[in-house]
Design a protein around this ligand. Sequence first.
Ligand code: C2E
Ligand code: MG
Ligand code: MG
Length: 685
Amino acid sequence: MNRVIKSPTHGNRDKNSQMQGAQEPGANWADRQRYSPPAVDAKKLPASALKALYHTHRSKIQLRQTQQGLYFAVLVYLLFGAADVLLIPDVAMQTVTARLIVAISSMAVMGVLVARHVDLKWIDLSCAATVVMGYLAWLIPSTQTTAEDAFRYYMLFGTIFMMSANLFFNLVFRLSVLTSATILVIFLCSMLFSPPLSLGGSTVVVLFYISCFLFTSYVNWKLNKERYNVFLNAIEAAHQHNEAQKRGEALERLSNTDYLTGIENRRAIDRRLRDYWGAWTNDGTGFAAILVDVDFFKKYNDFYGHQAGDRCLILVANALQEALTPFNASLGRYGGEEFIVLAQLAKRDQVSTLAEVIRSTVERLNLVHDQRRDGQAVVTVSVGASYTRPNSGPKLERIIDEADRALYSAKANGRNCIRLFNPDDPLSSDDNENIASLLRMAVKKDLVKLVYQPIQNLRTGKLEAVEALMRLQMIDGTPISPGQFIPIAERTGSILELGLWAIRRVCTEMLAPGHIPLSSVNVSAIQLKSRGFALAVSTILEETGVKGERLAFEITEGIDMEGQSDVIRCIKDLEALGIRIWLDDFGTGFAGLSWLRLFPFDTVKIDRSFLQDTDQPHGRSMLEDIIRLVRNRGHKILIEGLETPDHVALMHELGIEHGQGFYLGRPAPVADFKDLAKLPAAVGR
Ligand code: C2E
Ligand code: MG
Ligand code: MG
């Protein structure tokens, strides 16, 4: 950044006065006090414009100086009356009276001029006239004196008037030279009426006057030039200061702006959040934090390309910005496809209205997105909101955390919807936080265990496999359902440790002792995406001595697998270890049929929801259709959720070989499987 050159004349300046060059000279005293030099680039201005600026500049800074200078000069002028009394006493009465008249009239004129805010040139002129009048008022009566000797020396003092015109008042050069020249001429004329001098004496006095005129005029010229240079420096300094300030402001703006969408970035939003939080804790002004996430944005990006993805974000940002204006809300980009809205709202009810405005605004944009897997074909957003409440707690992060949870819930509820964090919801905040911390110590504190649900060969009636299902309990023994803790484990990352723990536990307690030939384990997407997962699994197999063929990993359709080459690679590595890959809960997720294209799953588990209406013709035909489809693609079929003898009979009818459900066996601890028949030799250890 360029160094700012200090203005030699005025240090104080405020933003509003940067364009002072354009201001009228007749501005009032207060304006003149606040004046700072115009911040213009002198190099780009023609000389005439610079001169005009200089004139304005002078009028801003000079007026008070000139007025005060005049008062001071008048005072000295009056005091010189004493010299009159001493040196030319016979005409002192007249000179002192004349001095008084000039003093009073000049101060009165100055008072009127200042009061009328006249241009500086009139002030200058009045000063020049005062100087000339002052000289005349003293000179004319003095020439009548009889104290000739004293006067001959005393008249040399007339040069003081010249000096004051040239050096004391900062008059423009031409005016001051004209004034001092007038004094010189008056003096020369007065020589005719003054008491006579010798030739030598006259020559000395005239020469003294002329040299004084020349000398003070020269100094005056130099001073004026210097003043002009000082002015140029001052405007250059003001210009540089202005430029530096503008650059600073631009940098500040840049550091607070999202480079893509032009809205506030996370840094700016964090600051705003702190401000809002401050207002909330100080005077109870409530505010909402709303997180907005573009649904299936990765798919959009992958299919339409990154440029289109960027454009989509820009359009969403613009539309939201406009829609939020009436709410006086701030919009920022919080992450890749995540936006955040902060708004000070009087009531909690208004939060839902605002959240809905956000959701519907994006939907109304009608941006085509036919790659999403939920039947909709336009870009939409999921919205999670939270609102300050009396016991929000001492941390401002909490409100974002709550909005995040609400967003998570909006996503889990099918996206393109809004969710407002509800502190009264039993599954909300505190519970979830407890679960999250419970999960971190679950393995160490032995709070987690596995139960196994039988998977039966329906044709032979034999138990062929089990599905390992995780169970978590609180320290006091209260069970927590997987539907509640698995999503939290996924969100907090605990699933990585728990998932590996489950695989190892299945191997050690169920497979290695040979209780059952095959066990499936549910594997979450987070695990498949984590680096080194396949390697960790192979280590477990090696350490427990279990063959990979005895394990099946159930992957749910909810995972966004398409375009995730690392997930596919991981699945292939697992397959290479001999592990079978099953597709779980088929028919409930978003991917639908496209999933079957992606990977040659060994078995497809058809979700239990398809059994619901099988006593009705349309329900049954739906199940038949889905079975036909999976069968045609060559996958083995396993139907989940067989709860009644009718369900089993239906499976026989439809030729389904494998089933699982409460009717066939509920999830049970490993001990229940210990006494089962020995494994067929082929399965091996
Ligand atoms: P899932 O993998 O589809 O597991 C089957 C769920 O259906 C189990 O619920 C099981 O108890 C239940 N179920 C089995 N037969 C019937 C039936 O006849 N009727 C009804 N109504 N339900 C039946 P659970 O144990 O509550 O597990 C829920 C989900 O939690 C699992 O669904 C799975 O997605 C997840 N999960 C459980 N254990 C693990 C795990 O170790 N890792 C991961 N990543 N997810 C797990
Ligand atoms: Mg499962
Ligand atoms: Mg399932």
